[in-house]
Write a protein that binds this ligand. Structure first.
Ligand code: 3PG
Length: 210
């Protein structure tokens, strides 16, 4: 369906998770990521600058596919729709969020860590989920165990994934992409290290074929 985020997550092996302190960094950051081959990016609603950053990227970097992350309430989901975000991501799931997302048509990726949460997501019609926090929640072994009873579900593991372990996660047949802040950590963004971010994105964009 149109709210299926599968196609967006399948564009590249890695979704950069961005926490942005200054909206003025948004455009050069998004351009660096797009140049590096990562078009779908998650802007977390964790800073005051996040909404302005997302809006500016949507307006000025048409090749970027902007999703809002840290969507915690139906109101956050509405904000994503209002600014024209391409998708929304949550660290977990709640009945009211699943209901709101199911009633709308914005591609939505709820977060799960347990079988009960997976059941809630699948029953609400969502079978692409964020496994969060992936490494602390038990890593690839936990994902494999969860995947058993839910053959239709594919995962975007996020949390504790970086350059050294991303390929192992991507080798799992149920992993559509991985998310992580390592491509553009706040320190690099605050330093305006666009070339380094582009280079890291470029490496990440080739992970599947490596
Ligand atoms: C998220 O919100 O998805 C996480 O903060 C990303 O986790 P990481 O910083 O461990 O990559």
């Amino acid at each position: 369906s149109s709210k299926d985020a599968r196609a967006l997550l399948a564009l590249a092996p890695v979704i950069p998770v961005i926490t942005i302190d200054r909206a003025s960094d948004a455009v050069p950051l998004a351009r660096a990521l797009v140049r590096g081959g990562l078009r779908a990016i998650e802007i977390t609603l964790r800073t005051d600058a996040a909404m302005d950053a997302a809006k500016t990227i949507i307006a000025e970097v048409p090749d970027a596919i902007v999703g809002l992350g840290t969507v915690l309430t139906p109101a956050d989901l509405d904000r994503a729709k209002q600014i024209g975000a391409a998708f929304a991501v949550s660290p977990g799931c709640s009945p009211d969020l699943l209901r709101a997302a199911a009633a709308g048509d914005l591609p939505y990726v709820p977060g799960i860590q347990t079988a009960s949460e997976l059941m809630a997501c699948v029953n609400a019609g969502f079978d692409v989920v964020k496994f969060f926090p992936a490494v602390p929640a038990g890593g690839i072994a936990a994902l494999s165990s969860l995947a058993g009873p839910f053959p239709s579900v594919t995962y975007c593991p996020t949390g504790g994934i970086g350059e050294t372990n991303a390929a192992e996660w991507l080798a799992h047949p149920k992993v559509i992409a991985v998310g992580g802040s390592w491509i553009a950590p706040p320190s690099a963004v605050n330093d305006g290290a666009w070339d380094a971010i582009e280079s890291c994105a470029n490496t990440a964009s080739r992970l599947r074929s490596a």
